[in-house]
Design a protein around this ligand. Structure first.
Ligand SMILES: [Zn+2]
Ligand SMILES: [Zn+2]
Length: 229
């Protein structure tokens, strides 16, 4: 099934690509390593110079010669335990130096690592929810699947799967909850409509255009509202 594999891959890759596109990349002019986006703390350094930005790009490579050399220099001349890391200001692209009190100083403010940790967490949650969906499907647990489908903040791929599974169960009891979900995400909305169609087809039913109750496909009069259909 080569088609199926390809589809799986594209859904997996999509968020990564968007992420990369949104992320500006800076290379350290001294060591060539990718610099980290770093959140400027809410205070200025001693000389009172404001950065006029909420983030800077800093080379956190501990082997970077700019960092190691500055460290030696500071110790030698001032007997002071302090080094400098290479930084780039994102507006002016100006290359500068930022004082570092220790090897690990400032690392807590690295934004891309915080973001990557959040992304990893989100992907783990997505996989867990996918597994939960499969289990709910096996148990024909309609409310369990509907609950996932209702989550607007859930990954669209998970919600798409939930809608498909509800359709696959071909259970008329799913029609009402499906009709009450109005997803803002267009593909999920389509999947919900498809699921409703599929369930009606499997049960030889349709929706009464007057009262919205479920009626037989062949019915000429609605058994709920009595109107001609
Ligand atoms: Zn460097
Ligand atoms: Zn009716």
């Amino acid at each position: 099934m080569p088609g199926k594999t390809r589809q799986k891959d594209s859904t997996k890759r999509a968020p990564d690509n968007t992420l990369k596109a949104a992320r500006k990349e800076y290379q350290c002019p001294h060591c060539g390593k990718r610099m980290n986006k770093w959140e400027v703390p809410p205070f200025n350094f001693s000389d009172g110079l404001g950065w006029c930005t909420d983030h800077l790009y800093i080379c956190f490579n501990d082997e970077c010669r700019f960092f190691t050399n500055s460290w030696g220099h500071m110790e030698e001349h001032f007997g002071q335990e302090m080094g400098y890391r290479c930084m780039i200001h994102p507006d002016s692209n100006e290359v500068g130096a930022i004082p570092a009190g220790s090897v690990d100083a400032m690392k807590g403010n690295i934004l891309d690592e915080i973001q990557e940790a959040k992304d990893a967490e989100s992907i783990a949650r997505r996989n867990a929810n996918m597994a939960r969906l499969t289990e709910a499907f096996m148990n024909r647990d309609l409310p369990g699947i509907v609950a996932v489908l209702e989550q607007e903040e859930e990954w669209p791929s998970v919600r798409l799967k939930a809608a498909q599974l509800l359709g696959d169960l071909e259970d008329l009891a799913a029609i009402e909850p499906l009709m009450n979900i109005v997803p803002s995400h267009e593909p999920v909305k389509k999947a919900v409509e498809e699921a409703v169609k599929k369930i009606h087809k499997a049960n030889f039913t349709r929706e009464c255009p007057h009262c919205a109750e479920i009626i037989k496909q062949r019915a000429k009069l609605c058994k709920h509202c009595g109107k001609e259909v």
